[in-house]
Design a protein around this ligand. Sequence first.
Ligand code: SF4
Length: 198
Amino acid sequence: MITVSDVKQYLYCPRIIYFDHVLHVPKPTDPKLLTGKDLHDTITAKEKRRKGALFYDQELDRAKKMFRVALESSSLGLRGVLDYLVETDREFIPIDYKFGSSHNGAVFLNHKYQLAAYALLVEDSFRTIVRRGFVHYSKDRINVRVDMGDELPRRTLKMIREVGKIIEEEMEPAGTKNPGRCTDCEYSRYCIGYQSED
Ligand code: SF4
């Protein structure tokens, strides 16, 4: 079973899946994760105190708010812990927290697919159709709406299958074509596909 974070990593670079799940290369502790946990707790505490949910909307006044929702689907072969799930009379709305800035007011591509993967898990767990979700960027304090439509879930499912295939067949995929990503990559010292920006 893969995780929603794997979907995000796959989009960053498919080779990371190979290092993590096939070679089991140990990951160095990411100090950002610890900071992220504190920020997560702060945002959650604020959100629990809020009258409605996420932003002002009459419909959200009576919404049920669920935090750190553990989701798992054997049919999708996917699991993950969703930061925040809002349930209204009409719909379920998944929300993912990010502790950086948005992409000039828009959602980053990998965050969009990560949210779509959570939406698939919510659909499977609650027998519902998710129409929209939000990514909350804490640095610029905005909630960016993502409409699911048909294409986004379809592409996300394809990606989940591709991640599963790398693991099952132990295949080493090509790395990213973006050298900037290699510079920040925690696996760069093991990777023959490492691309220097020089
Ligand atoms: S160093 Fe570059 S190619 Fe290698 S895993 Fe990291 S991002 Fe991918």
